[in-house]
Design a protein. Structure first.
Length: 292
């Protein structure tokens, strides 16, 4: 259903911290022109934890309107409250999203049975394709392959964004959930390795600032040009390193500001990145040919 180079979009903000929907629409338009194959607004990279519900809906609508059906939109609708996740998913469907990305409930630390019931409640409530977002590093819980296989039987649960960086996971998930269950890496560094393990694509932070390179890497793999894909991967690794040398989305928002795509501004509790991080980001982007 979804494949290739997808981007976990940043949320540009004005100097006073308000949403900059003009910059956001311009970013989406640039991403389309550069070849990005899917948009994920209001995920972690989009600072969803610090957006109000009204702002959340505005960003999703703005993405759908800017994409104009040219590229699928997978709206972030997760919450550690099942009722809230259902509500956000309903809004995404009403606004015309193609799917929802639902993170495992953070802080609550539900059991595997709790995870199962959480996702089943959302899938039963809203007729919209759902992609499970499994990111133990941020949510503390790790959905097992067995639980995912149970959920994959629901017709509305169609795939996973896997941010475990465990490259045995897609192998077991493919066997448990079937080859049509959409597997997307949530770790930029593993994009090519994940494809080799049977994955279908990557939801990328780096694609915010290197969309064309990310697309070309996925195209090279899809066309059997393995060495070309690896060559692009090698070029991007220092950029990936820089994007995560501090907590995301701090570095990628700074990188976007260097390209004139957004202000270097995150909402608290995300602090401005350190001067050493700014230098590392600039050097990595210059080395990859993203800056002169």
């Amino acid at each position: 259903m979804f494949r290739g180079s997808l981007v976990a979009l940043i949320t540009p903000m004005q100097a006073d911290g308000a949403l900059d929907l003009k910059a956001f629409a311009d970013l989406v338009e640039w991403q389309v022109a550069e070849g990005t194959q899917g948009f994920i607004p209001v995920g972690t990279t989009g600072e969803s934890p610090t957006l109000s519900h009204e702002e959340h809906h505005k960003v999703v609508r703005a993405c759908i309107q800017a994409a104009r059906g040219r590229v699928p939109v997978i709206a972030g609708t997760g919450s550690n409250s099942t009722a809230e996740a259902v509500d956000l998913t309903r809004h995404a469907k009403q606004d015309g999203a193609d799917a929802a990305l639902v993170v495992t409930p953070y802080y609550n630390k539900p059991t595997q049975e709790g995870l199962y019931r959480h996702y089943m409640a959302i899938a039963d409530a809203v007729e919209l394709p759902i992609i499970i977002y499994n990111i133990p590093g941020r949510s503390v819980v790790d959905m097992s392959v067995e639980t995912m296989a149970r959920l994959a039987k629901h017709p509305n649960i169609v795939g996973v964004k896997d941010a475990t960086a465990n490259l045995t996971r897609p192998l077991h998930t493919r066997l448990a959930c079937g080859p049509d269950f959409c597997q997307l890496s949530g770790e930029d560094h593993t994009a090519v390795s994940y494809l080799a393990a049977g994955g279908h694509g990557c939801i990328s932070v780096t694609a915010n600032i290197a969309p064309r390179l990310c697309r070309h890497m996925h195209d090279a793999w899809a066309e059997g040009r393995v060495q070309d894909a690896i060559t692009i991967q090698d070029r991007l690794v220092p950029v990936h390193d820089a994007m995560f040398c501090e907590t995301s989305p701090g570095p990628v928002k700074h990188a976007a500001s260097l390209l004139g795509k957004a202000r270097d501004l995150c909402r608290l509790p995300m602090a401005p990145v350190a001067e050493s991080t700014k230098l590392r980001v600039r050097e990595a982007m210059t080395g990859a040919g993203l800056l002169n």
